[in-house]
Design a binder for this molecule. Sequence first.
Ligand code: DHB
Ligand code: MG
Length: 225
Amino acid sequence: MQPTWTAVDNYLKQHLVKPDVFLQQTLAFNIDHGLPPHDVSPLQGQFLGLMAQISGAKQILEIGTLGGFSTQFMARALPEDGKLISLEKNAASADIARQNIKRSHLEDKVTIIVGDAADTLPTMEAWVPFDLIFIDADKQNSLLYLDWAVKLSRLGSLIIMDNIVRGGTIIDEQRDPHAEGIRQALNAIKNNDHLSATAFQTVGEKGWDGFALLRVTKVPTQLRS
Ligand code: DHB
Ligand code: MG
């Protein structure tokens, strides 16, 4: 089904996503520099931008920058005084992303912080609370990132997690560590009374995958100083 999914995505993209030289340059630059094609699709990027706009987000946190493709959709959705912090473990990826962000004239709105998110998430005090948090980093640590996303939230914050279906492997008996990481996060959501959640499966140019969409309904006081 992949060719059909891709063809339909192309059709939808042509109708719904305005051609954009900066985004095209970003994708080309990322390929040239050998980044894996793990960006969101343009249609998914528009979804992220719409979520940011609809929710009125002014402070956005992204966990996992890669080449800064999704970053740009969300950064553009910010108001004049909005800010996006993006955390990236890999210094080379962060460098590529910074060049993309600069070329796209978004450097005033975006700050990319290099380091293991396990180390950089505890240093986000100056920016809290975030209105929208997009989790799109290594899947093994999904639970850790979800816990931090809740800690750095306010009542009503949105949390979006990418890659929660992974071609259906989340229900496989064979335990792939990436799928296992996603499952741990989903289990935590199941046991958390302070999140209202849904997920949708997606097919398209990125294959079969999905997003979880969470709203923080109550921030435990002990988690936010
Ligand atoms: C992978 C990671 C992603 O964030 C994504 O959107 C697709 C694939 C991966 O690591 O395989
Ligand atoms: Mg992803």
